[in-house]
Design a protein. Structure first.
Length: 265
């Protein structure tokens, strides 16, 4: 077992906990403001698309390229397709019925509220899956070099804030329950320390990088699918394409600038 494992583990927990900050930010906006919901859903989609196609995909490539210099492109492509299939299965089997506790203040639009909540649940699943390998990676990097690990943890914490917004915003709009919104944003972030604990357990064992790389490519497929299938249509429905596009571009700009700043560019 490595020495000084507590600091890397703590850093991973704090990075994951940043999703809760995003959850609390959602309460600063009137939940009946559908234009802000439209902007927020577009923002969430922008963050997920950018992080997927840049940070996560490049990490998957780095894990695979060294050991599979010829076939790594196809392994990544296969992982992406697997993620799309998983998303389609989730989309198919998550029930579309409307439960009574989804109604808000006697609202006569339960279908609308259910769809918003469902968007939040699917986003939470995607981000929870995404955060698991992030926690694994943060712990492994930090266990080797604390200075680099701090940079990685800060970058992850910063982009976990808008991810927390992506989860909590639709849940809060659909249910009006602050505790529920915070709870979902919390557990999506806490998959990171779970990944760190597994990294701690596997540190002295052979870590199958092909599996981790394939898994992260699958996460890209999941996040892209949910962005285009759920977040963007809802963003358009509760605002218009101007709000949706503004949200998308704002999400991309915020997450890109934050990563540039934290990487010292």
């Amino acid at each position: 077992m490595i020495e000084n494992w507590k600091i890397p583990l703590l850093m991973t927990v704090l990075a994951g906990f940043a999703t809760v900050i995003g959850g609390f930010i959602t309460f600063l906006v009137n939940r009946n403001n559908m234009k802000m919901l439209s902007l927020g859903l577009g923002f969430s989609a922008g963050v997920m698309i950018f992080v997927s196609l840049t940070e996560i995909l490049s990490t998957a490539e780095g894990l695979l390229k060294e050991y599979y210099p010829i076939s790594y492109h196809w392994i990544m492509f296969g992982g992406f397709i697997a993620g799309v299939i998983i998303s389609k299965l989730i989309d198919t089997f998550v029930p579309d019925h409307v439960e009574e506790d989804l109604l808000i203040d006697g609202s006569n639009c339960p279908k609308r509220e259910h769809r918003i909540k469902r968007a939040g649940l699917l986003t939470a699943i995607a981000i929870a899956v995404h955060n698991f390998p992030e926690g694994l990676g943060t712990f492994l990097v930090s266990s080797q070099d604390i200075a680099i690990g701090v940079t990685v943890a800060l970058a992850i914490a910063l982009h976990n804030i808008p991810e927390g917004i992506a989860v909590a915003l639709p849940i809060y709009h659909a249910t009006g329950k602050k505790r529920m919104a915070i709870w979902y944003s919390f557990w999506t972030g806490m998959t990171e320390p779970i990944g760190a604990l597994i990294g701690l357990a596997l540190l002295h064992w052979f870590l199958p990088q092909v599996f981790v790389g394939f898994f992260m490519a699958a996460v890209v497929g999941i996040m892209i699918y949910i962005s285009f299938d759920t977040l963007l249509p809802l963003s358009h429905e509760y605002g218009d394409w101007h709000y949706a596009i503004t949200g998308i571009m704002s999400g991309i700009i915020v997450i890109w600038a934050s990563l540039l700043f934290l990487n010292g560019y």
